[in-house]
Design a protein around this ligand. Structure first.
Ligand SMILES: Nc1ncnc2c1ncn2[C@@H]1O[C@H](COP(=O)(O)OP(=O)(O)OP(=O)(O)O)[C@@H](O)[C@H]1O
Length: 589
């Protein structure tokens, strides 16, 4: 399917980016940080007032200690503490909630968005990478919204307020305090693109390591069975090595630069102390003002240091958010036409390849009449499964046209199209849920009676009834607690419940023992009655009574006709038939 992306070169704002496309989620934490920043000035101002009162009692002993004013200061401080506690807990609660909302809702929306994308998209990406976007990247963005953004705002608000307020008090001291800050920020700005590049390569290395680890764990059975510790382990070790190098580069290069920026910014405090001592000695600055600068300086430089330290994390998060945005920009297949699934399925000069320059199907043309059974045979890799995937519009064709009931699938509404198709694959996937709910997947609104009726027709009611909790028995992820034949019958029960007009069967009995195969055969005969059926089977006995047999070879239609016609032609089918004649199997009625 041709992948379309919306506005690849469209620019999004920085805030949209770091919030993973949801800048409004930044408001609660931003306002909490803003208020917090303003409020942090209050105790410093009160402390200075206290120092002034005490200082005045020494400077003017006849006036005495103004205890009334001291009590007022203490009362204001207590009031401030109460207000701060109340507002902070509400605002922080909201800012954390906003962050968790972004990741919970965002993850769900993204999962839903992914469901709508073509399978071609997943073919191009490692499945583990998609998991990393959903879990890792969202986690990173969540952390930025709940922690880094408030710190950043607090660190901007405080110096801004301080520089204005202190400049009124003594512009020389204010200048000394902030003179080095622009140089620190400049150093940081100059390293911005380097930081972006290092963050990007670190995220890539981290994802690669996690993909390889997932691959290693998923294939652990094969790795053990084939004593593959060498090659597979090498891939894992190499990815961990790459991650180590990327981490060292990120920390090793950015660490000193960020520390340099931090030192430059903080040196303002030292310059201010030197300037203050000089001015105090010269008599042009009084002690309370000097103390005020010292107190405010500590309050200003601490959050500034924290934010400079977390600057890398914000940059890092921006890359995570970009990955989220990139997935969001992928558009689902277009088309709104409603397909009539009871109509004819037609391939007209279809050429298709998963990669542009490697066609799998070439100039393929055939038609499947409604309510007939068509079998698809041919050597492995000839493109049989690909044909079924194109009928379900998992991909769009590069040339020619696939249509159902006269509607080209390129124009079809993808979800509605699939409503009209039941698919039974060779590898059946069952969800980690009860067996009843796994059958319900075919029709989410099905009643228990409908589920049981479908299970009876699919020959699985008996084995389900023997399970300890019957239809409420959990099946384990992937259906690990059921046999291959049982899983296949559950999948047929799903398809029966769905009752779609088109049935696509892919090698449904290939790997079963005779007893299971007989049960699956009965189930399939139930399923295909009165439907338009396309069945792939390697064993020709199973499809000799199909209405039509299509023989594919290297993506082309080599032969087509009934079993008897094809045997009579003495071509590929006839050769395959003589080889397989002794094979036992089921037969489509
Ligand atoms: N998702 C994919 N991405 C890239 N290539 C693919 C993909 N799926 C199949 N192919 C390739 O397309 C060709 C046809 O595959 P397809 O599964 O349609 O053949 P098949 O006739 O069903 O084979 P088999 O009988 O072994 O199942 C093969 O060469 C296969 O390697």
């Amino acid at each position: 399917m041709r992948l379309r992306t919306a506005g690849r070169c469209e620019r999004v704002s920085y805030w949209t980016n770091i919030s993973g496309g949801n800048p409004k989620s930044l408001w609660p934490s931003a306002s909490a940080a803003l208020l917090d920043g303003i409020a942090k000035i209050v105790p410093a101002a009160l402390l200075v007032e206290l120092i002034r009162i005490v200082y005045r009692s020494f400077a003017e002993p006849e006036a005495g200690l103004d205890t009334g004013r001291m009590w007022i200061v203490a009362a204001v401080l207590v009031g401030w503490l109460a207000v701060m506690y109340g507002t902070n807990s509400i605002l922080y609660d909201r800012s954390y909630k906003a962050a968790y909302d972004v990741s919970a809702e965002g993850r769900m929306k993204l999962a839903e968005h992914l469901r709508g994308l073509s399978l071609g998209y997943f073919g191009k990406r490692d499945p583990g990478d998609v998991t990393n976007v959903l879990l890792g990247d969202y986690g990173q963005v969540e952390h930025t919204i709940s922690h880094n953004v408030p710190q950043l705002i607090s660190a901007i608000v405080l110096p801004a307020l301080a520089v204005v307020g202190l400049a009124f008090l003594d512009w020389r001291m204010a200048l000394a305090m902030f003179v080095a800050l622009p140089f620190g920020l400049l150093l940081l700005a100059l390293t911005d693109s380097l930081q972006a590049r290092l963050s990007e390569s670190h995220v890539r290395a981290k994802n690669e390591a996690s993909n390889r680890l997932q691959e290693y764990l998923s294939g652990i059975k094969e790795i053990k069975a084939h004593r593959m510790n060498g090659q597979r382990f090498e891939r894992l070790r190499f990815s961990f090595d790459r991650l180590k190098r990327a981490s060292i580069r990120l920390e090793g290069i950015m660490g000193p630069l960020v520390m340099g920026a931090m030192l430059l910014a903080r040196s303002g405090f030292t310059i201010m102390i030197a300037a203050g001592s000089y001015l105090l000695a010269g008599g042009t600055l009084d002690l309370p003002s000097f103390l005020l600068f010292l107190l405010v300086g500590i309050r200003v430089f601490d959050p500034l240091t924290v934010v400079l330290m977390s600057y890398g994390e914000i940059r890092y998060s921006a890359y995570s958010a970009k990955r989220i945005m990139d997935v969001r920009k992928e558009l689902p297949p277009e088309g709104g036409a409603i397909v009539d699934p009871t109509g004819e399925i037609r391939f007209h000069r279809v050429t298709f390849g998963y990669e542009d320059d490697k066609p799998v199907l070439r100039e393929l043309s055939f038609a499947i009449a409604p309510k007939t059974i068509t079998a698809l045979v041919g050597p492995s890799g000839s493109g049989k499964s690909t044909v079924t995937r194109l009928i379900a519009r998992f991909w769009d064709v590069q040339q020619g046209e696939v249509s159902i009931g006269g509607t080209p699938l390129r124009e079809a509404e993808p979800e509605r199209l699939l409503d009209g198709i039941s698919m039974v694959f060779q590898d059946v996937y069952l969800f980690a849920d009860t067996i009843g709910n796994n059958i319900r997947v075919g029709k989410m609104t099905a009643t228990q009676a409908e589920i049981e009726a479908a299970a009876r027709r699919a020959c699985c009611h008996e084995f389900i009834s023997r399970l300890p909790q019957g239809y409420d028995t959990p099946v384990g992820e992937g259906g690990s607690t059921l046999s291959g034949g049982e899983k296949q019958r559950v999948s047929i029960a799903r398809a029966l419940l769905k009752d779609a007009s088109i049935v696509l069967l892919d090698e449904a009995t290939a790997s079963l023992d005779p007893e299971n195969e007989a049960a699956v055969q009965t189930a399939i005969n139930e399923l295909v009655a009165d439907k338009t059926v396309l069945i792939i089977a390697h064993r020709l006995k199973t499809i000799q009574y199909a209405d039509r047999i299509l023989v594919l070879e290297q993506g082309r239609l080599a032969e087509s006709g009934t079993h008897d016609e094809l045997v009579g032609q003495g071509g590929i089918y006839s050769r395959l038939w003589s080889i397989q004649q002794e094979a036992e199997g089921w037969q489509v009625k």
